[in-house]
Design a binder for this molecule. Structure first.
Ligand SMILES: C[S@@+](CC[C@H](N)C(=O)[O-])C[C@H]1O[C@@H](n2cnc3c(N)ncnc32)[C@H](O)[C@@H]1O
Length: 235
């Protein structure tokens, strides 16, 4: 089937390819990410590299290639909430060693990858964005760890079969925060530990949280400055 959007689908050398075996004309996400988002060291996190966007990455072209998707490319950067959580896990691997972990809102997969590197028994990385799932899979492979990924919205569901929920920078939106907090509270009531990383965004439900650590990490959500972000445990 020919591309329906010749403006968006033109081939620019090896920088932009359509899926060879796709049933429709959607972009081959993984080929695009590998070709246009170079692997670079994650700030503040030792020995982890992620496919990260640069001004040349053409993320707008990627969004335009899929009419259903005008979601911001959260997956193309490590966010401060994920970075601070990952940093904390590196410093406290005993927190996660041997545990079954769910990384909620995985984005690039940074937190999931670090959880595996720190000795988690199993990590399920969940996101509602197919591009995030593709990026997390590529990033896991680039860091020689195996994670399970799931595309979908699980926050109305029962608590998962896990020991711990990690949630990096998921309190960035008021409406989402109102849905995520009850899910995390149900998980906590079911006996799961819940750790949240956040740079102090407005919807963060601080009344329900205990701060356990803080680090200055770069915040891509609020520009490129260094935010004093923190790790919280749900009470
Ligand atoms: C600001 S990004 C943080 C990504 C990553 N955790 C980090 O810190 O770098 C928030 C992520 O949450 C995802 N998200 C939003 N609503 C979600 C939901 N209901 N379930 C799972 N993920 C969700 C978004 O698609 C996005 O990838």
């Amino acid at each position: 089937m020919p591309c329906q959007r010749p403006d968006a689908c033109r081939n620019e050398g090896n920088r932009y390819q359509m899926s060879a075996d796709s049933a429709d004309d959607r972009l081959d996400l993984k080929a695009f990410i590998e070709a246009n988002l170079p692997l670079a060291s994650a700030p503040s996190i030792p020995n982890v590299r992620l496919h990260m966007a640069t001004p040349q990455s053409g993320l707008y072209r990627l969004a335009m290639a899929d009419d259903s998707d005008l979601v911001p490319p959260y997956w193309a950067y490590p966010w401060a909430g994920g970075a601070v959580l990952a940093r904390y896990l590196f410093d406290h691997p005993e927190m996660i060693s041997g545990k079954r972990v769910l990384d909620l809102g995985t984005g690039s997969g940074l937190v999931a990858i670090v959880a595996m590197k720190c000795g988690a028994r199993h990590v399920l990385a969940v996101d509602i964005d197919a591009k995030a799932i593709a990026a997390a899979q590529l990033n896991a492979a680039a860091n020689d760890v195996v994670i399970e990924t799931r595309l979908g919205d699980i926050i109305e569901d029962a608590p998962p079969a896990a020991d711990m929920i990690l949630a990096g920078d998921v309190f960035y939106d008021e409406t989402l925060a109102e849905r995520i907090l009850p899910f995390l509270q149900r998980c906590r009531s079911a006996g799961l530990d819940v750790l949240i990383g956040d740079p102090g965004r407005a919807p963060l439900p601080t009344d329900f949280l205990l701060q356990v650590a803080d680090y200055p990490v770069p915040d891509f959500g609020g520009g490129n400055g260094s935010a004093n972000s923190a790790v919280f445990r749900l009470k």
